[in-house]
Design a protein around this ligand. Structure first.
Ligand SMILES: Nc1ncnc2c1ncn2[C@@H]1O[C@H](COP(=O)(O)OP(=O)(O)OP(=O)(O)O)[C@@H](O)[C@H]1O
Length: 241
């Protein structure tokens, strides 16, 4: 078991996963560098969510390896995995899963407070992100009083406020109206770039994928299309031949 090169912050190597014997991922390899926005594209059911959950340590692959900064995510014990996810990974799903008893700012600040940030500093960071996502006026409202699109913006603010090293975003703009999608995605990608957050973004929308630095496509659980790093390697070989 050899860790991937240092410039790959997150890497999957020949990862496979099956649900009850039905394969969802078959030998998929991908890598993302620090601050890189990687889009995972493909039609419904091709394995995007399964790949993100394996990369995020939520599912243990049946085969293959997942590495984060030289740490073998696939073989970490449960406590180590929990800490890694809490301290370094963020997740934005299609459905905003907020805590109903907490206000929007408390939801957005929770991860920071759990990590030991004082209430005042956590509130200030959370409110700043809520403003950037155009839901600053909702800071004191509870999730039930918000529209689905506002809840999703709060969920995105929550993920960014925690300052993750890697942010997994699974169809993050699905609950938003078409008109809102571009603005929220721009906020997400510009925040990621300015804070060197690596983003792994699952989407079936080609337009969304154009915001990424790199795109990998899946079909029926397999990676399709050329691997750019292999193409670079081949180009270097033929140049030196
Ligand atoms: N919990 C589960 N139990 C059984 N099969 C599952 C489960 N989750 C996903 N699958 C199956 O695994 C395959 C890959 O699903 P996955 O959700 O990873 O794809 P996806 O590209 O994210 O699709 P979508 O765009 O619909 O979310 C599909 O055939 C799906 O039906």
């Amino acid at each position: 078991m050899v860790a991937p090169p240092d410039d790959d912050m997150l890497a999957a190597r020949t990862v496979s996963y099956a649900y009850g014997g039905s394969p969802a991922l078959i030998g998929v390899s991908v890598a993302a560098r620090e601050g890189e926005i990687l889009a995972v594209t493909g039609p419904r059911g091709c394995g995007k969510t399964t790949l993100l959950t394996c990369l995020a340590g939520q599912l243990t692959p049946d085969g293959g390896e997942v590495w984060f900064k030289g740490v073998p995510v696939h073989s970490l014990p449960p406590l180590g995995l929990e800490r890694l996810r809490r301290d370094h990974f963020g997740w934005i799903g299609t459905e905003p899963q907020l805590i109903p008893e907490l206000t929007a700012w408390e939801n957005a600040a929770l991860a920071l407070m759990l990590r030991g940030t004082g209430r005042r500093a956590a509130k200030s960071a959370a409110c700043e992100w809520l403003e950037r996502l155009d839901v600053g006026e909702c800071a004191r409202a509870r999730p039930a009083a918000l529209l689905q699109s506002q809840r999703q913006r709060v969920a995105i603010a929550r993920a960014l406020a925690a300052g993750p090293s890697v942010l997994f975003a699974d169809e993050p703009t699905a609950p938003l109206h078409q008109a809102d999608r571009a603005q929220v995605l721009r906020t997400l990608t510009s925040a990621a770039r300015s804070h060197s957050i690596t983003v792994v973004l699952a989407t079936h929308d080609r337009e969304v994928a154009t915001l990424a630095d790199r795109t990998v496509a899946l079909l029926d659980g397999r990676r399709v299309g050329p691997d750019p790093s292999e193409a670079e390697g081949r180009a270097a070989c033929s140049a030196s031949a």
